[in-house]
Design a protein around this ligand. Sequence first.
Ligand code: SF4
Ligand code: SF4
Length: 103
Amino acid sequence: MGKINDILSPFTAWKHVTKEPLTVKKPLEREGADRYRGFHKNEIDKCIGCGTCEDICQNAAIDLVPVDGVETKDGDSGLRPKIDYGRCCWCALCVDICTTNSL
Ligand code: SF4
Ligand code: SF4
């Protein structure tokens, strides 16, 4: 009995052949959900590398790192946030708390 099932069961998939697919044909062109906040974007010239975003992140997803072309100066640590999306849970606390509104 098991052998007949093994032979016939792949053909049961054909019953779906005329159904509309649930997947999106062009995922990059689909509209985002109303509350989707997307990936982080940091305006690097506006950011002052204060590290508040790093401190607030409960998932340790932010590291302040040196960036080519950004120098340390008065009021600017010269570091910029690097986000680890393996840790990030999209809570957006870092965005809400950003002292310069650059994130
Ligand atoms: S809180 Fe804002 S200004 Fe401060 S390091 Fe993070 S992104 Fe830059
Ligand atoms: S969105 Fe939340 S979890 Fe992700 S980096 Fe910002 S504070 Fe951390």
